[in-house]
Design a binder for this molecule. Sequence first.
Ligand SMILES: Cc1cc2nc3c(=O)[nH]c(=O)nc-3n(C[C@H](O)[C@H](O)[C@H](O)COP(=O)(O)OP(=O)(O)OC[C@H]3O[C@@H](n4cnc5c(N)ncnc54)[C@H](O)[C@@H]3O)c2cc1C
Length: 384
Amino acid sequence: MKVDIVIVGGGLAGLALAAALRGSRYAVAVVEGRVPQAPAGLDARIYAISPSNAAFLADIGIWKHLDAARMQAVERMEVFGDRSGHIGFSAYDTGVSELAWIAESSLLHQELWETVKRQANVQLLCPARPEALTVGEHAATLQLADGRTLVADLVIAADGSDSWTRKALGVAVDFRHYEQLGVVANFACSEPHRGTAFQWFREDGILAWLPLPGKRISMVWSTPKANGEALCTLSPAELCARVAAAGEHRLGALELLTPPAGFPLRLMRAPRTVGPRFALVGDAAHAIHPLSGHGINLGFQDARVLAETLNGLRGFEHCGDVLSLRPYERRRREEVVALQTMTDGLFRLFVPQNAPLVWLRNTGMNLTGKLPVLRDALVRYALG
Ligand SMILES: Cc1cc2nc3c(=O)[nH]c(=O)nc-3n(C[C@H](O)[C@H](O)[C@H](O)COP(=O)(O)OP(=O)(O)OC[C@H]3O[C@@H](n4cnc5c(N)ncnc54)[C@H](O)[C@@H]3O)c2cc1C
């Protein structure tokens, strides 16, 4: 089968890229290993979508189809240090209508999947897995495990942080393991959250509560591995009591809605995200600590910028040519490096327990809240 572009990985980043290539001159194939399955109830994987990505998802025709009753606007953020540090900011003070939208991963995935499935210039090959990749002077050839062969001008690695495609392309990346788990679970709370997202920088990690529609929240607790594993084995009543206490009982009593699940956390940097006949997007290109909730937000922006780059090529420019792909790499590098560095810096600032650093980070937090310039910078960081 001959196509212009083959995207390996039909996760959120790969599908968003395919959707953003609608109406382009490119014939696209998406190779995905698993047919998406929406959980019966509430999804444990929840994302905070930044306003710029809400706009991108609207541009590619996804946003208007999402079930508004299952989404929650974040109107306020309250962040607490591990002593007396506190900083709060609101959408109103910042001059935006909301700081972010909270949406279930499966809701976004399902909508992207249905959109791409109907798209005239896309062939969705699923379930399908690549087995061998060769990049030649005139084309890239992807051999699938089921015996099919795809010949393309350009291969996109969108198959997550352990990307098979990236390895097959010979791009070595730098992983740093945080030795932490991100423990996620959803809860009903007895007190209303009023659209507030909470975050606590604690001695045992970083706890985030994201507001869900109704009196419900989604938790991400990034915590040392042993503590994360212990949290996952607690009974529902014990977990609710632990999480409510860690969050200073700000939303009253909690009731567990989805069982806890732990994900290992790591930082991943790729020395290059384009090369002859390839580009990396989403977690295949970078991984970031979830304390700032920027992971898929970076992936959506990769999809937006790469689609803009490809759609902007003139007739004589070739989509597999590394020179055609360089603008994508250049335009994305600054944001990705800045957010990775800031997020990693915040993580490192809050891990050590020596007294001067404890004082510095809590005082710094309080000062940041009082200085408009610093606070605006932090809000811009939070908004991605
Ligand atoms: C605990 C935790 C909390 C997080 N919270 C947030 C948050 O609040 N906000 C946020 O923005 N981000 C968050 N993230 C990050 C976010 O989950 C990722 O950035 C996002 O899922 C990356 O999307 P992706 O499409 O690039 O990769 P993936 O979601 O990994 O998708 C890759 C796709 O490729 C497919 N695939 C893989 N290998 C193959 C293969 N060999 N053949 C065929 N198909 C293949 C997979 O089936 C999958 O569909 C969080 C992450 C963690 C761990």
